[in-house]
Design a protein around this ligand. Sequence first.
Ligand SMILES: Cc1cc2nc3c(=O)[nH]c(=O)nc-3n(C[C@H](O)[C@H](O)[C@H](O)COP(=O)(O)O)c2cc1C
Length: 305
Amino acid sequence: MSKTLKVTLAGVEFDNPIMTASGCCGYGEELSDIFPLTRLGGLVTKSITLNPRLGHPPPRTAETASGMLNAIGLANVGVDAFIRDKIPFLAGRKTRIIVNVAGGSVDEYVEVCRRLNDVDGFDMIELNISCPNVDRGGIQFGSDPKLTEKVVREVKKVFSRPLIVKLSPSVTDITVIAGAAEAGGADVLSMINSVVGTAVDIHTRRPRLTNNKGGLTGPAIKPIALAMVAAVYEQCRLPIIGIGGIACWQDVVEFMLCGASAVQVGTALFVDPETPVKITRGLKEYLRTQKLNSLNDLVGKLEKY
Ligand SMILES: Cc1cc2nc3c(=O)[nH]c(=O)nc-3n(C[C@H](O)[C@H](O)[C@H](O)COP(=O)(O)O)c2cc1C
């Protein structure tokens, strides 16, 4: 049998398990100048909201030990301009396209997803119920099981393709929120979004972000993400997309052993935009040396003490 990196999530086949994470390559245009997007398993867009958003004023990113903080504030073109100006480019890419959707109310999530349901050229929606950088919506949904179940259930009524729900780490027990998303009808879970954090400029005595706080990402959060993926894998039957600090193929194997069926790469793209291509190459070699036919054989195979 030939060796394959292919994975299937909610009936959708991906050529390999590596996707770009939301907010880390916009709508894919710039990344396509660096390598053909067909090399990706999938591309996840920046979060799309009903109306265009400028986001927070700069500085809205700051480097930290083993990671970065951001408080972009969901800057995006809004759903109508996205459908008009961005989907035509994405639709021709011959890779899986996932549109990430954010909102300030259940009605906003539903309306954005309803408009997207009428459009071809993408495969799934990822519901961002976990953004720490906006006053309304985002993390408020992702930290409340009842609201999580409600928003997922309402979106499922208007969107007929598979739905990924993206979970926040800034909760007491992520398995409760995962269970609520499953109860609402989610098809796939992705985790984790950024971890709330801040950094201080000791000379100005001000936070280093105009939003005063932001989301921590990059290698610093990988251990948190791994533990949360392992916990949700034990409690929940939905496939999991692992996210958090992934920078090399070894990181991907760790996530798969903990229970992820696929992964997303975010902050590492800012260090080296070719990271997904390098990871895919490494995974192929790993399958060969381990005499494995498929990465699926690794999922959840962590041998616990
Ligand atoms: C600059 C930046 C912008 C982001 N914007 C979004 C966003 O719009 N929607 C979203 O769901 N996640 C967003 N994220 C979170 C990432 O998709 C991902 O969950 C997080 O960065 C953890 O992965 P990483 O450690 O590989 O970066 C953003 C992250 C960064 C660094």
